[in-house]
Design a protein around this ligand. Structure first.
Ligand code: AMP
Ligand code: GLY
Length: 444
């Protein structure tokens, strides 16, 4: 098979790495990819939002399966475009992708399908005074204010007092800081508890659940500082035991799949459930319609089953009865970011020590914002070995996802930090407490 993966982050490197292990796969392309992916796939310079360009490439190169990483392509309708023209593509269609593309759509779907979620109200941009009055009337801080549309992970504001809430409402609805994504807002009760990310691969009716993971959204240790795309993840998430998982199946996944099917939009692809586990129950914070990043980097190394088989089965409504074989070991992913991220940062810093880190057992380095400089023409090898003649340079906010397995979470943490210590670039920043939460809750 020839497989095309769309995207350029650590998530896509992990996907390409996993797909390359399938005996079914002969050749992998990645659009646009990154310097790490180059070792496993042929990278083609087409951006994830260039749907026509991607479609032409897939058609001309007889791609057998396209796997879509980022939500932008899914929300723009890449699955409709490919499947209407007979190309196999893994992901939800445009209508189903609204579960991520519109928080109002997702919330209304949750309510209609009886899926537990936070209390909320919706306001449009001609109701900003009402929105401010509503938030003030509740007088219960913190309060959560969300822009309806895609806002690159910045559209959720947790306001700790009236002035922050007023400002968030005004910023989104009046000053349009998120552009068209701010046509509507949700004002939500702020839930307290443990967050977990659960990925389910769905075929419209049936599903398989991937091992649960936990992300670390804030930039600094002890969950301080600004929200980021995610600074690290670990799996398993020990807050998600079998009982809780069956609750997620029965209260979230099954109602969502049957509701979407009844609405005429059977959900195919990955369903990412952002879950809040409160003292009393579980509630859905958000749905995403794609693999999480960095969660995927900590989850895929634990899956022994051929992922291509599972994705094909999802495309062809054949998931019923399928089960995943899971590696019992723990996996930790630590993001090394450019200094300043998620704010302003510099690019073009040389990355050293990758070879040393990759020599370690059960360590993988997934690249995100990297480019490769070298005099030799770009080659592809399925082995993924680093070639010495190349220099790797930073080219984005999240640069690398250093990932390691261990017999238990403690061992995975120490293995992965040992690898991180071998890698360097000017200004490199990473959290030093990834996975600590798991040890802490194990001790309780
Ligand atoms: P999102 O941008 O939709 O991924 O949401 C980002 C983050 O905002 C979530 O991972 C939570 O940490 C937080 N969040 C969203 N909704 C709530 C809520 N109702 N209560 C508390 N935290 C929330
Ligand atoms: N790590 C959070 C996300 O992928 O949305």
């Amino acid at each position: 098979m020839k497989v095309l993966v769309i995207g350029s982050g650590g998530r896509e490197h992990a996907l390409v790495w996993k797909i390359a292990q399938s005996p079914k796969v002969e050749k992998i392309y990645c659009a646009p990819g990154n310097a790490g992916i180059l070792a496993l796939a042929e990278c083609v310079d087409i951006k994830a939002d260039n749907l026509e360009g991607l479609f032409r490439f897939a058609q001309e190169n007889s791609i057998d399966l396209t796997v879509v990483g980022p939500e932008i392509a899914l929300c723009a309708g890449i699955v409709d475009l490919f499947s209407d023209k007979g190309l196999k593509v893994f992901g939800p269609d445009k209508e189903s992708a609204r579960l991520e593309g519109s928080k109002v759509f997702a919330k209304e779907a949750m309510i209609r399908f009886g899926i537990p979620t936070a209390e909320y109200r919706i306001f449009s941009d001609n109701q900003y005074k009402e929105a401010q009055e509503y938030a003030a009337g509740l007088n219960k801080y913190p309060i959560v204010i969300k822009a309806d549309g895609l806002a690159a992970g910045k559209g959720v504001i947790i306001a700790i007092d009236k002035s922050q809430a007023d400002k968030a409402v005004r910023d989104i609805l009046v000053d349009k800081v998120f552009g068209a994504a701010g046509g509507k807002i949700l004002i939500e009760e702020c839930l307290q508890g443990d967050e977990a990310s659960i990925l389910a691969i769905c075929d419209g009716e049936d599903f398989v659940i991937l091992p649960a993971s936990q992300d670390h959204k804030r930039v600094f240790d002890n969950d301080e500082g600004l929200n980021t795309g995610g600074m690290g993840a670990y799996s398993p998430a020990n807050v998600v035991d079998d009982k809780l998982l069956s609750e997620v199946e029965n209260k979230v996944i099954r109602p969502l799949l049957s509701g979407m099917k009844n609405d005429g939009n059977p959900y195919r692809g990955v369903l990412y459930i952002g879950l809040m586990i409160t003292l009393k129950d579980i509630k859905v914070l958000e749905f995403n319609v794609r693999f999480g990043d960095p969660e995927t980097q900590a989850v895929l190394p634990r899956i022994k089953t051929d992922l291509v088989d599972i994705m094909l089965a999802a495309c062809e409504n054949r998931l019923k009865g399928k089960e995943l074989e899971i590696d019992a070991r723990a996996c930790v992913n630590i993001v090394m970011a450019s200094g300043g991220y998620p704010g302003k940062y510099e690019k073009g810093k040389e990355i050293t020590g990758l070879d040393e880190a990759l020599k370690m057992k059960d360590v993988f380095v997934f690249h995100a914002g990297t480019i490769r400089l070298g005099s030799t023409p770009l080659t592809t090898s399925r082995l993924g070995q680093e070639e010495n003649e190349f220099k790797y340079m930073t080219n984005g906010g999240r640069v690398l996802g250093v990932t390691g397995l261990g017999a238990n979470i403690e061992e995975a943490i120490s293995n992965t930090y040992e690898a991180v210590e071998k890698i360097n670039f000017e200004g490199a920043h990473f959290r030093r407490d990834i996975g600590k939460r798991a040890i802490h809750s194990e001790a309780l």
